[in-house]
Every structure is written in structure tokens, then in C-alpha cells.
Design a protein. Structure first.
Lengths: 259, 259
DNA sequence: TCAAAAGTGTTCAGCATACACCCATGG
DNA sequence: CCATGGGTGTATGCTGAACACTTTTGA
């Protein structure tokens, strides 16, 4: 019964699972990978893996993120933001129901990553084993009951409790862009006010007034800093380019319109 | 290398640690227990323990809470609030640095509990092994550097990484009472507007305008429901008694004054 | 009568909203 | 010339901050 006795406590497997979100074609998308083995073989799941013996939880999540997407993690303190493609990474929640994995007792420390739009997912070179899927499709959002169109099959639900983890991650992202500058993590290093607005619109699923949005974000000190150039990639009048400023907390917050 | 092979992943011990907060004598206090064994023998620590083999994380935290305080957990869905003394309990974050426990690899899933003022802590009947300590004292808040008075010793720091866990829990509580009705978890079943205001003042360490606070909380639908009686336990004009209403989200939020 | 706490009414400033309007580009 | 998106100005309404004032008890 000494505290050093390994038989005094039950052994657990500890994993990290990743909710990696991005905005593609005006839709909030999550990275999912195809499971190659039982249980849930062939089903889509969140990327993840075992935490190594000498590894911190955040380091394990960052390692999995690099392995799955090639993204490096923004160190919040380090400036300039990152040499390569960077992403935001934070711990989300921990899931430990005794029956969440039929094989053994697994506790999963879920992490949330926000990434700019990437060319294509890579998962060991196999293009068919990883994809960006709209979260609306993965979570069947906006389908009260049996509202599925006759012709379309409902997609298979995610493996394990990953639908719950994904829902929690999406909810966290939706609420956190209200009062923080986190939405810039969905944008490339330089972006326009309109691009940032389309991020908010995609994540929240709403339409925002472009004029008031512009005044709000440019009027909040430290949120955006001018990058110097302009671009016309959206058509219309050229737009100023900005970089994310140092401010992380938005006060007053960006208000999410009623649903 | 089969997924069923227990040697394919390193075994972890999984614990729950509790940040139990209450408001006593106008100060935010946390429950700490004296460690009876190495490491950190004799030092104060957050209450906690191993998760059992067949137990969910939230259930383990609720069990520890009952063992340490006798408090039952409010089921958010169940009404009336609770038969006995109830408390709010939610998952906080997970701490898994490889060196956080010198004995072995321990991952701790910290939980945050908010409780009304209790007569006295009980920990196995030993009155000297558990106490409510002001968080300001435990975290040395507001002491820039070497500002400690000559006569007073700085209290011993908490064991393990519990100072960080406590700081995270306090920060969570401080921000969450802004936009939720969670502050009522610090109050007895029936309470006055003034008592609720003193909770906000203690948790935030600020002074609020009693008149505007009164209008704010009584004007938010679903936040407070009249309980019928009045009390004069604070002196002065008798105050109406209220119970916590069903609303959990405050919109617009209670604004925390600048520091 | 006074102190103390509970409530109510009123004014003012800041910010979100809505929308009219102008600017600069591509086709 | 027109469509498209970028950006500015302005009126309106809501709400939080500040504070004068009344109410109701105990000492």
C-alpha cells in the first residue's frame, strides 16, 4: 500500500485527440482521418495518438498536429508569429468514460487547433485516409429529426465519442472568437478585413454587416496592424492587408447576432 | 503491436484534483489538505485521489468532493436544486507534465467546485488536516517581488503543481461569473441581492455599486426568482429573499470593473 | 434620532445597429 | 457603364456608470 506500489492504482492509457478546425469555401471544417483498424474500422475519427512516456500533453498534441498536417504551433509569446505555417493550439477537455474505448481504459486529453486554409491534408501520403469535412455534415447540425433528404444518406457518425469531442471543440471556437483575437488563427499571415469577416460568418453561420465589422475591428487597438500593401483577390476595390496584432483579448467583445 | 497489446502504450496513473472554492468573511477561499506522506509531506495540497478502474472522471471528482466536504453535486437538470447542501462541479483542465510527480507518471484531471459557506471542513475527522485558506494567501496575489512584511513568513507553497491548478481554477471562476449565473453556487439556497453582490465583490476583489447591481440582477429574466420572505440578517432595511432562477447564461453579462 | 442597508428615479456617455453614401477596381 | 467589394459618415436606441433620493429596520 505504499504510494510507490504500481498495483495501488489502476493503469490507464492516455491519448491526445485533436479537433483541427479551418475555414474552407465559407464553411467551418474539421480534419478527420479514416480508421484502419478495429474498433470502428473504416469509420472517420479525429486524429490522435498515445502520449509518450516522457512527453507533456501539449507536446504530444503539437507532435500529432505536425504529423497529421505539417502545421507548427504558434508560440503565443514568440514574435514574429512563425517561420512556417502556424496554428493555434490549446487544451480542450478530457474524456474518460470507462466504456469509451471497448479495448481498454483510455483517457483522452482533447486539444483544439485552429489553422488557416491548407492546400490538402496529408496523412502518411495516403490522400484517401484524411479529409477536411464540414462540421455541419459531421454533426448533422440543423436536422431536427428525420429531416434527412430521401436521396442522401446520413454520413456515418464519427468513431468513439469523437462527435461529442468535436461538438465541444466547435462550441469552444465559436464562443472564443467573441472575446479574443483567435479568429485571426484561421487567416493567412496577411489578410483583409473582409477575409476576417468571412471567417466570423463561417464559424458562426451568420451574416455580418461589412461596414460595422470594419469599424469594429480596425477601431479595436492592438487587434489588427496594417501590413502595408493592398490586394484585390476578392474583386472590387483593393483592400488593405493586415497582420494580427498583439492584443489577445477583445474588449468590448465582438457580438454574435441572435439566432 | 496489436492495439490490444498493453505493452504498446505506456501506463499512466490518473487522478482527479479538486479546486473547491467558497466565500468566507468577504474573501475567496480554497479547500486545502495537509499531506501525510512523501513527497511534499506536511505541505498543503489540493484534495484529490486516484480514479477508480470503472469510474468516469466526473464521478471520481464528485466522490472526492463528498469524501472531503460532504457536499453533493447539483445535477444541472434536476429541480429543486438539491435535497442537501449542493455545489457546482465542472471539469477544469488536465495536467500531465512528466515530472509533476516525482514518484511516477501521473495525469491529473483537475475539477472546479463552487460551494456555499460551510461550517468547517472535515477530512477524516482530523480538524488540523484540512482548512479553508484565502486564495490570496495561497497564491501570494498582489506581491510584486519581496514585498513580504518582515515579521510574517510567506506560507509554504502548495505541493506539486497545485499552485498553478489553483490559479487556473480561480481564473475560471472569476471569468465565468461574468457571463453565467454561477455566482449563486456560492450562496445558500435563499439569499439576498446584497449577499450575491458581496460574492461578486469577494471573487473579483472589487467594490460594486449596490444600486446598479440590484437593478442588473433583478432585471435579468430567469436569474433570480423571489422566494417570498425577507431577512434583516445584514442589518438595515429588510431585504427580499431570492432563489437561483433557471437561467444559466447572463446576457448581457455582468461587467467586471477595470483593475 | 441616527446609522446602515435596501431599493427607485434620472441623467449622461459610449457603443451597437442600420443604412446612406462615396471610392476603386475589373469586365 | 456597371457590378463588386472596400471604406466613411451619421442618426437612433439600448445599457452601463454615476449619483440623488426615499424606504425600512436596529441601536
Amino acid at each position: 500500500m505504499s504510494p510507490y506500489d504500481p498495483s495501488a492504482f489502476p493503469p490507464f492509457a492516455v491519448t491526445v485527440d485533436l479537433v483541427v478546425l479551418t475555414v474552407r469555401r465559407h464553411a467551418l471544417c474539421a480534419l478527420v482521418v479514416r480508421r484502419g483498424e478495429a474498433p470502428f474500422q473504416g469509420r472517420w475519427a479525429l486524429p490522435g495518438g498515445f502520449v509518450r512516456d516522457d512527453e507533456d500533453l501539449g507536446a504530444a498534441a503539437a507532435r500529432e498536429l505536425v504529423e497529421e498536417t505539417g502545421l507548427c504551433v504558434h508560440d503565443p509569446g514568440a514574435l514574429p508569429p512563425a517561420p512556417g505555417k502556424g496554428a493555434h493550439l490549446e487544451q480542450l477537455a478530457t474524456y474518460g468514460d470507462p466504456r469509451r474505448d471497448p479495448r481498454m481504459r483510455v483517457v483522452s486529453v482533447a486539444h483544439l487547433a485552429l489553422a488557416p486554409d491548407l492546400p490538402a491534408p496529408r496523412a502518411g501520403g495516403d490522400a484517401n485516409s484524411a479529409r477536411w469535412a464540414p462540421v455541419e455534415e459531421l454533426l448533422h447540425e440543423g436536422e431536427p429529426a428525420g429531416e434527412a433528404p430521401a436521396g442522401e444518406d446520413r454520413p456515418e457518425p464519427l468513431a468513439f465519442d469523437h462527435a461529442q469531442i468535436l461538438a465541444d471543440g466547435v462550441e469552444r471556437a465559436r464562443s472564443k472568437i467573441e472575446y479574443s483575437s483567435l479568429a485571426t488563427a484561421f487567416c493567412p499571415p496577411e489578410f483583409t478585413v473582409g477575409e476576417l469577416r468571412r471567417v466570423y460568418e463561417a464559424v458562426w453561420g451568420v451574416v455580418l454587416d461589412p461596414r460595422n465589422f470594419h469599424r469594429k475591428v480596425t477601431g479595436t487597438p492592438g487587434f489588427l496592424v496594417p501590413a502595408g500593401g493592398t490586394t484585390t483577390r476578392q474583386g472590387g476595390r483593393p483592400a488593405q492587408l493586415f497582420r494580427a496584432g498583439g492584443a489577445t483579448l477583445l474588449n468590448p467583445p465582438m457580438l454574435r447576432p441572435e439566432v
